[in-house]
Ligand binder design. Structure first.
Ligand code: PEP
Ligand code: MG
Length: 539
């Protein structure tokens, strides 16, 4: 019996089942150079493989944005041109040309500092595997064909491996690689399949068919457990399932505290797929739509029309209200097509609203797109990283200017669209009173607020134990923000990670927080804390 602990929980839950070691067929390319006369034949092999992959993806894309995006990548002319150029110019065979091209494109993403972008490299490699399997004429294993319950152990999984996952058969997933924000992890969370990533060496530690117990929330795996441990995990699993059923039943109840204050429970998302995943949690809206992900997923600045399409879809999906935060790049978030100059202190540098105000034309495109989407739902605009009244006014002026333009052009929008600000800088706390007179709402960003108040880099593991939103300075700042907001009668929400921490709920309610916005997976847990608590805060 061996007990392994890991830190990366991609999806919570408990499982006890035999392990299924999942491995790919050999997709190593057969690398050859070909004579000039063979070029058309190799290009045809590539075109045929592309067609075969398109067909596979078309059937998958109907029900999934992830595969719709993959389909776009396969159809992308740059990919096709690059592969064809390697065949024609360098006389590589189709397999070698595809392998090299996929590697080059994936590496551009993998070199990014941003975890989200890094993981997009996985999508490119997934497409590479499909193309290579088609070129080699081999079949990849299909997790959709399992006939009994297993815990899947793999080096890594790709969205195409997991799309046909049946939670009846796949009881748990363990991968050596991968990150918690990868698409595979998102799918596992939406299917409620417990999953741990970063389980180094798991394929050497287990044998096909061997029993494994896992508690994903705790990051514990037991390989070859004895009877007593199996019984212990079976009991834990039953208790966990009972708890989930109890929590899910609570979804029908609005989040009202014992003393009758209605609290808004909202989700933080980065795209429309995540809105779909959050809807079953019975949310009161999207408290934070991180629009930068739309920019990061694109290969160019998304045009006004492209943005309208996404925001409109989001607004139509969203039951109550959709709070779209304007572009928040800089710091640790980059755009491949908009290189930022290297800065000594990027978190104190050119980021978020500073970039938007310095690039007015780009900012206006985004604001126009958000306003146009406001004709299709209840949309609110949220500005990130504001430190002065001048910035807030300048940003609001842009909104007014865009409204005038749209009105002149006869394009519909919501005249009364609200404009709020992230409260995530020390300056915003000290000026909360003044800001509350001019902003329609506040959203407290504890992730940045904590790093700026405590002078602790939120991404630096060396100082991670000094980073705490329970630090008295942060708690005091939150109280001041809520009080200042309420004195002016505006709603105060929170969209930093603290809002999804069940341990913080009671304190935040006591301070009078009106809205909690968090990752969808935390909503059930926070709701149960709210309905069992008393709120002493008033608006
Ligand atoms: C925050 O800073 O708390 C926040 C929600 O924004 P982000 O994590 O995107 O910086
Ligand atoms: Mg922030």
């Amino acid at each position: 019996m061996e007990r392994i602990t890991v830190k990366k929980t991609a999806s919570q839950g408990i499982a006890v089942a035999p392990v299924y070691c999942y491995s790919e067929p050999d997709l190593t390319p057969d690398v050859r150079t070909v004579p000039e006369e063979a070029v058309p034949a190799e290009q045809k092999k590539f075109a045929d493989a592309g067609e075969a992959v398109k067909k596979e993806l078309e059937s998958l894309a109907a029900g999934s944005e992830i595969f719709a995006a993959h389909l776009e990548i396969v159809e992308d002319v740059t990919l096709q041109e690059k592969v064809n150029a390697k065949i024609a110019g360098e006389h590589k065979n189709a397999q070698a040309a595809v392998a090299e091209t996929i590697d080059e494109i994936a590496m551009i993403f993998e070199a990014k500092n941003d975890t989200y972008l890094k993981e997009r490299g996985e999508d490119i490699r997934d497409i590479g595997k499909r193309l290579m399997a088609a070129l080699k004429g081999v079949k990849r294993p299909d997790l959709g064909n399992l006939s009994s319950g297993v815990i899947v152990a793999a080096r890594d999984l790709y969205p195409s491996d997991t799309v046909k996952l049946n939670p009846e058969m796949v009881k748990g997933i363990l991968t050596e690689e991968g990150g918690v924000t990868s698409h595979v992890s998102i799918i596992a969370r939406s299917l409620n399949i417990p999953m741990l990533v970063g389980v180094k060496g798991i394929l050497e530690k287990v044998e096909n068919g061997e029993t494994v117990c896992m508690d994903a929330a705790k990051g514990v795996i037991v390989v070859g457990p004895d009877e007593a441990v199996i019984a212990e995990y079976q009991a834990k699993k039953a208790a966990y399932q009972e708890e989930r059923v109890r929590l899910e039943a609570l979804r029908e109840r609005p989040a009202v505290t014992k003393d009758g204050k209605r609290i808004l429970l909202c989700a933080n998302v980065g795209n429309t797929e995540e809105i779909r995943q959050a809807l079953p949690m019975k949310i009161d809206g999207i408290g934070l739509f991180r629009s930068e992900f739309l920019y990061m997923e694109s290969t160019h600045f998304p045009t006004e029309e492209e943005q309208v399409r996404v925001y409109k879809e989001a607004a139509e999906l969203c039951p109550e209200e959709l709070t779209i935060r304007t572009l928040d790049i800089g710091g640790d978030k980059e755009l491949s097509y908009f290189p930022l100059e290297k800065e000594e202190n990027p978190f104190l540098g050119w980021r978020a609203i500073r970039i938007s105000l310095d690039r007015k034309e780009m900012f206006k495109e985004q604001i126009r797109a958000i306003l146009r989407a406001s004709a299709f739902g209840h949309v609110r605009i949220l500005f990130p990283m504001i430190v002065s009244l001048e910035e807030l006014r300048e940003a609001k002026d842009v909104v007014e200017e865009c409204k005038r333009e749209l009105a002149q052009e006869g394009i519909a929008f919501d005249e009364k669209v609200e404009t709020g600000m992230m409260m995530e800088t020390p300056a915003s706390v000290l000026l909360a009173e003044e800001f509350a007179k001019e902003a329609d709402f506040f959203s407290i960003g504890t992730n940045d607020l904590t790093q700026y108040l405590l002078a602790v880099d939120r991404g630096n593991p060396r100082v991670a134990d000094r980073y705490s939103y329970f630090h008295p300075a942060v708690v005091k700042a939150i109280r001041q923000i809520i009080e200042a907001g309420h004195r002016e009668g505006i709603r105060v929400g929170m969209c930093g990670e603290m809002a999804g921490d069940p341990k913080a709920v009671e304190m935040l309610l006591e301070m009078g927080l009106d809205e909690f916005s968090m990752a969808a997976g935390s909503i059930d847990y926070v709701r149960t804390q709210i309905v069992n608590a008393v709120s002493l805060g008033n608006i």
